[in-house]
Design a protein around this ligand. Structure first.
Ligand code: ADP
Ligand code: MG
Length: 700
């Protein structure tokens, strides 16, 4: 067995379990080893029963002195075991749903395990009711002999993100077994650097993997996490830095001169003046483009700050000088929208715009035509999703690549391969603001421009946490004044496990009830691109009053007549996503509102949503979001479009990133192409193992 073996060959997994693991994205032995816990449960302390005075989670252990069974209600039964630990007696309770017509004994297993006189360890929530101490049991272990040691008690227990069919216990034992069979196999780079000598508490990668799953203390778990993270960061920094070196040494063949043959007429057609921030951004971009090194710039600006026009200025500069531009967007809807916007703005200029998405290319002939024109240089601007990066699109003289709302890191490197010969200038645009310090550390090698100003005369969107009924009442009112409304749901289909309102079901219900007199449309990610585009366009043309949607509308969509967005289960989203969603309204002259609906009662979710009601400043929201994230919560970074780490957390690991950056610089200074035998392992790793960080990246 090696790291790349399919997990179905691990004893105890087999094809059926392997398919369950697939849902967790665990395919290989390596995936399993690095399937890290999302949290730890502290079972290091056993509480004496007499000391249980408050409702809370406790671990206790003692002898089973009595068991009995009780029917609570029709369909619900209770199994009780009384536990004595010499300081008191506790009633351990197991509730089970039962089918009253079934002969099957739902408690058969428990009855066999809980035999009188045996020693048992229990974990669960305790309450004191009528003077009796009761535990609603979440986990237990019955000892065969009193001298036996429990597997899952008296220690920290890792808590994993599980899927139905794989229990905590099963997963733990599989990981334990796999760890012992593959110990030392995981490639360890950091031990060969001086980073561990200077950070003496950190450990080797293999040690770290073991300790992340089986730590003795929380401190040890954290140090292990940091150690694994350090290797991830080192890889990231090596990739960033070598890309930069390549970029700097790349000879810039494209030459731009600000001729204004297109720029001036373009400016004249605009119905507004550039904001100061837009002017500054354009200046920076132009100075990059006319310099001797290839542009590598990130344009950050809040939703609605007018990034498109800035990009268009850069594009026209390229076209003025006889070059082509590619625009890469994350969704087909956005491609179509840009296509229409550009066509509209550029209609009086002699510029040709085309779109390559699966849906636009209706006939084979049209498709070939577009590809041919692009290859011959007749098309100036080509807009598309990742499909642009596929081999079939050839350019004659591509010199500029715009990546819009691309929340996926790593596109950059791949994109460079698009144009043979020329190394194109790259402009990335994002509306997901990243605190500047953080961005500098992580993106590091990229130049950053921030548009910190919105176009004038925008009425700020007002945000409220209100009841569903009130939100609908406001929506009806808005529609009666000619406005349009978005309603956003987190899921497409009703899932039997999670009781969330799903878009599909709710759209049906709402169109028959609350919005019975309105035109309601449904948009979700599982629809065909063509369908999505059609619905979006019809919504834009006011054929619908209400658009019920999943988060597919998150980025870029521009329908100025939509003035209300209602976000269901708002507590389920990160603040950055909420901010993006909210940015779908407030795009026209109308006063706009965002209504957040949530039935979560926890304090943190209330606090989070409150931030949304208090500010519309994306940067503030982003930094609050990062601040509020608890330990072990790795998900937030995904929204920022950062690389995905298995252990690294860019919000709190800035020091580690710094360390990794210095080491990466040292390594590349000595061996820029990683050719030495010593660095062969690094090179291999970059091409295989760490590709998960960069989804579509390849470094050669
Ligand atoms: P984003 O930065 O979110 O991509 P867009 O580029 O889509 O924003 O711009 C949002 C809206 O603001 C568009 O309708 C655009 O025409 C308009 N806009 C852009 N710049 C200005 C400006 N300087 N003054 C007024 N409106 C502007
Ligand atoms: Mg945009």
């Amino acid at each position: 067995m090696n790291l790349y073996s399919d997990i179905k060959y691990i004893k105890g997994i087999g094809p059926r379990r392997a398919s369950l693991f697939l849902k967790l994205n665990v395919k290989t032995v390596e995936d399993l080893l690095t399937f890290f816990p999302k949290d730890y449960q502290d079972r290091t302390k056993n509480t004496n029963i007499k000391d249980i005075l408050f409702s809370n989670h406790y671990c206790i252990s003692g002898k089973i002195i009595n068991v009995y069974e009780k029917r609570i209600a029709r369909g619900l039964s209770l199994f009780c075991a009384e536990i004595d630990d010499n300081t008191g007696i506790l009633s351990a309770q197991f509730f089970r749903k039962v089918n009253p017509y079934s002969k099957f004994d739902i408690f058969a297993g428990l009855k066999t395990s809980f035999s009188l006189g045996k020693h048992v360890y229990l974990y669960g929530n305790c309450e004191i009711k009528f003077g009796q101490k009761q535990m609603s049991v979440e986990d237990y272990e019955v000892m065969e002999k009193d001298s036996d040691k429990p597997e899952l008690f008296n220690k920290l227990i890792p808590v994993y993100n599980l899927t139905a069919g794989i229990t905590q216990k099963v997963l733990l034992s599989l990981i334990k077994k796999t760890l012992s069979e593959t110990s030392g196999l995981y490639p360890d780079i950091i031990s060969h650097t001086d980073m561990l000598q200077t950070n003496t508490e950190l450990m080797s990668v293999n040690e770290a993997i073991y300790r992340i799953h089986f730590p003795a203390t929380l401190r040890e778990a954290e140090l292990a996490r940091q150690s694994f993270a350090l290797q991830e960061f080192l890889m990231l920094q090596i990739i960033l830095l070598s890309a930069k070196k390549k970029n700097q040494s790349a000879k810039k063949l494209q030459k731009y001169q600000i001729k204004k043959t297109l720029l001036t007429p373009f400016k004249r057609t605009l119905p507004f003046e550039f904001t100061k921030a837009q002017k500054k951004a354009i200046n920076e971009i132009f100075s990059d483009m006319t310099s001797n090194t290839v542009m590598n710039r990130m344009l950050m600006g809040d939703v609605g700050s007018g990034k498109t026009i800035v990009a268009l200025s850069a594009i026209l500069l390229a076209i003025e000088n006889g070059y082509q531009t590619a625009i890469i967007v994350p969704t087909e809807i956005l491609a179509e929208q840009h296509f229409l916007t550009f066509k509209n703005i550029l209609k009086d200029l002699n510029v040709s715009v085309e779109m390559v998405t699966s849906s636009s290319l209706k006939t084979k002939k049209q498709k070939e035509e577009i590809l041919k024109n692009t290859a011959e240089g007749k098309t100036d601007i080509i807009i598309g999703t990742h499909s642009i990066m596929e081999d079939r699109v050839k350019f004659k003289n591509l010199s500029l690549i715009i990546i819009d709302e691309q929340h996926r890191f790593g596109v950059m490197q791949k994109v460079a391969a698009l144009s043979k010969g020329i190394t194109p200038d790259v402009l990335m645009m994002t509306a997901t603001p990243i605190p500047r310090g953080l961005a500098m550390t992580v993106y590091g090698e990229m130049d950053i421009t921030v548009i910190d100003e919105l176009p004038p005369n925008r009425t700020p969107i007002e945000t409220f946490c209100i009841s569903e009924d009130l939100a609908y009442a406001n929506a009806i009112k808005e529609i009666s004044c000619g406005g349009q409304v978005y309603i956003v749901y987190p899921l497409v289909d009703e899932s039997d496990k999670i009781e969330l309102k799903s878009a599909v079901k709710e759209a049906e219900l709402l169109s028959q009830t609350v919005f019975a007199n309105n035109k309601v449309a449904l948009l979700h990610g599982k629809m065909k691109p063509k369908e999505k585009n059609e619905i979006m366009n019809r919504f834009k043309n006011k054929n619908f009053d209400v658009l019920i949607s999943t988060t597919v509308i998150e980025v870029g969509i521009d329908v100025p007549n939509a003035a209300i967005i209602i976000i269901q289960h708002a507590d389920r989203y990160g603040l950055a996503t909420l901010h993006q969603l909210r940015g779908r309204v407030g795009r026209g002259k109308k006063k706009s509102y965002c209504f957040l609906i949530s039935d979560s009662k926890t304090k943190t979710s209330a606090q989070r949503l409150e931030i949304m009601t208090k500010t519309t400043d994306g940067f503030r929201i982003a930094s609050e979001d990062l601040k509020m994230r608890g330990p072990g919560e790795f998900t937030g970074t995904r929204q920022h479009g950062f690389p995905e780490f298995k252990a690294g957390d860019i919000a709190k690991d800035l020091k580690l990133i710094e360390t990794a950056k210095n080491t990466a610089a040292k390594i590349l200074d000595q061996d820029p192409d990683l050719c030495s035998a010593e660095n062969a392992q690094i090179k291999n790793l970059l091409n295989s193992k760490y590709s998960y960080i960069f989804k579509v990246t390849q470094v050669g």
